[in-house]
Design a protein around this ligand. Structure first.
Ligand SMILES: O=C[C@H](O)[C@H](O)[C@H](O)COP(=O)(O)O
Length: 223
């Protein structure tokens, strides 16, 4: 229910003709459904995962869908997150959709993050590991190098419903890294500098994001 409330709030920001980035995950799915109900004229939609693309198609938004290469800007991106701090360090990627999400969310003029209150944390990571999308051919080398350079433990993500590694929408693997302690904003660039790392779930460069939090008491906090 709270995810649907957040989604309806975010839909109010969508104006006719806008190019809108569709995030991924259960919260973003609510946004996609609410957007379909709103029937806003002329919007162009850029999905950040196959999952979001399929849902958008199923709820009648198929004609509006475009790949990222077919647009020259994104007005608004609406996405969920796994953990968010008060100063807007954002951790994403529990569903493995982080790479396309980061391209779209970082490109957007306005980035709106929808979370429930338990995801508002003091520091990242709190309860989730840090997802890191890696080149499959190098995955073990990259995982060991991250452990050596930064400490903690890095594990290949394996899936349910399929034997072996989870393969992302971009054909890569995910390594889930549990660092030895809290991370600051520099972690995004430091991890990215490891050859073989394609992208990380640390979103530290959108401090201007608008975060909408569904509180336990039913109200919405915005910061
Ligand atoms: O890869 C998954 C995405 O980053 C999601 O946006 C994130 O995991 C939050 O998903 P949910 O809204 O299902 O908690």
């Amino acid at each position: 229910m709270s995810k649907a409330t957040l989604a309806r709030e975010a839909v109010k920001l969508v104006k006719p003709g806008m190019v809108v980035g569709l995030g991924s995950g259960t919260t973003a799915r609510e946004f996609i459904k609410a957007l379909a109900e709103a029937r806003i004229d002329g919007v162009v939609l850029v999905p950040t995962s196959v999952d979001s693309e399929i849902l958008a198609q199923e709820v009648g938004l198929g004609n509006a869908l475009r790949p990222m290469w077919a647009v020259d800007h994104v007005d608004l991106a609406v996405d969920g997150a796994d953990e968010v701090t008060r100063d807007k360090l954002i951790l994403k990627g529990r569903g493995g959709a982080l790479l396309r999400e980061k391209i779209v969310d970082y490109a957007a003029e306005m980035f709106v993050v929808l979370i429930e209150e338990h995801k508002l944390v003091e520091r990242i990571p709190m309860a989730s590991p840090v997802p890191i999308e890696v080149v499959p051919w190098a995955w073990r080398f990259v995982a060991r190098r991250i452990e050596r350079e930064f400490g903690g433990s890095a594990r290949l993500r394996t899936g349910e419903g399929k034997l072996g590694p989870v393969v992302t929408d971009n054909g890569n693997y995910i390594v889930d890294w549990t660092p030895p302690g809290p991370l600051d904003a520099s972690a995004e660039d430091r991890l990215k500098a490891v050859p073989g790392v394609v992208e990380t779930g640390i979103f530290s460069k959108r401090r201007d994001a608008v975060v909408l939090v569904a509180r336990r008491d039913g109200t919405i906090l915005s910061f």
